[in-house]
Design a protein around this ligand. Sequence first.
Ligand code: ZN
Length: 639
Amino acid sequence: MSRVDQKLEEIEETIRNEVPAGISISDVTFEGPELVVYTRDPKQFAQDGDLVRRLASKLRKRITVRPDPDVLTRPEDAREQIESVIPEQAGVTDLDFHADTGEVVIEAEKPGLVIGRHGATMREITQEVGWTPEVVRTPPIESSTVANVRNFLKQERDERRDILERIGRQIHREEMSDDQWVRITTLGCCREVGRAAFIVSTPETRVLVDCGDKPGAEGEVPYLQVPEALGAGASSLDAVVLTHAHLDHSALIPLLFKYGYDGPIYTTEPTRDLMGLLTLDYLDVAAKEGRTPPYDSEMVREAIKHTIPIEYGDVTDISPDIKLTLHNAGHILGSSIAHFHIGDGLYNIAFSGDIHYEDTRLFNGAVNEFPRVETLVLESTYGGRNDYQTDQEDSERKLKEVINDTYEKGGKILIPAFAVGRSQEIMLVLEEAMREGDIPEMPVHLDGMIWEATAIHTTYPEYLRDDLRDRIFHEDENPFLAEQFNHIDGGEEERREVTDGDSAIILSTSGMVTGGPIMSWLEHLGSDADSKLVFVGYQAQGTLGRRIQNGWDEIPVGNGTGRSNTMKMRMDVETVDGFSGHADRQGLENFVKTMNPRPEKVLCVHGDESSVQDLSSALYHEYNLRTFAPKNLETFRFL
Ligand SMILES: [Zn+2]
């Protein structure tokens, strides 16, 4: 008998001793990090509201209870009974029965009402029909990404269960070594921004953290082929952990599956969906620019199929000697700080990913309290000695001034913005400003992927700032549903109508004017001296956005015809700083200064050479920490 089967037998024995007589246990298996308990008596199991929680804390595992398929109420009857248990205000939009696992997926507008107080309604459902309910939110704004991901996972349910069982046995395998050491190898994003990738290794385990591309430098990918990474074969990796969906962290994750990786990706649920949206767009852009993408869309689906979503704060076994916990990073939807607890109290590492330390309109600020941390791997994008950002309140005031001026002239305001994050932040500023009368009411048109990204935000309100989450729960207060927001879905014709119409604000991708619908808007509005182009985000070297910012006034026109012609730009250009998703220098220092516990070592990464050097030396001098500004391909041994 293998060690895993032996372990499962011991667990089954423990459970038998714990549950009241009369409740049968027919099987116990691992599915990924979770323990699944099968019973012929699901109704009795659900009667004791505290039983699952007691088992979970005794076994230190997340537990799912499933009924044996042959004790289930028929779906037709179960449907009626379930509908009578759930209050009508929950707004159930779909019930989906999976007889093989005894699960019923309930999609509802208000999931909280399906769950009930401390899960009371869910337990009542199981007591009535025996099925195990799983609850998901109906997106308040229809999202094709969320719908596609859910449908795809439904279709692949059987294969996914096989994958999870295999991963479950991997996680719970026997430890092979008595050695104790912990290492980090840097594969990218050191003394540079982009291509984030690190390996955490122990005698038992090898984990890849992030795997991104480098914007503006196609072909410069992380050093995946070294022996510490994929050099020993893709199957030598135990797990991949993704901090957030930005392409400089996620773009090359699907590539791993092309190289033969077949293991799990741990990340939050919204990050999984945003990764799907952004990597498919990444392939699209490459095709349009005539480049051969490094993988095809089939690999994006593999990545989604292998994703095991985890929530902030859940401690999850990912290998025999590593536990992972994700914490809010305040940067974009679903963004996380990845905390690794290695061995039984042996060593702890936190990877910041990208962080924003203070609260923003969209997110609570990054978490910096952990049970233990010896080493912090810290982003340094704005770590330079002069990287202080304008206060957001001042930025908002300036944006409103610019809008009022342009409105008075009868012009239009065109804002290039990234689909994920900055757009939603600006939408919240505009919604509030109109509601409070700081700027006149006028339509706000959203073009490109902005609408879709916004829909994904409203699907996961739990990941948004507390007060914003509460407003989304009360439908009539959901700021993203305000009537001035209009999704441009009618293409060129609709853009022309907007151009010919009254004053309006237009938010459009791409954020650095490197393609996408913003090119059409510039063509329509560029010659209008009364209109204004307003930059609210960072414009990288080499982008058209940066050139325009620096006074360039010729823009390519003739969408789709090679853009061989140029047009003289007469519209005003303005830059409003301060809407960043990154902590500035002060924010990074505050994050470290108030971190609890204080780390022993800090590796400053993910910043230009001078930024990482500045931040590293400041943290050393001011806070007396051991700091490093590693290059790519360095390995640190911690024990
Ligand atoms: Zn980022």
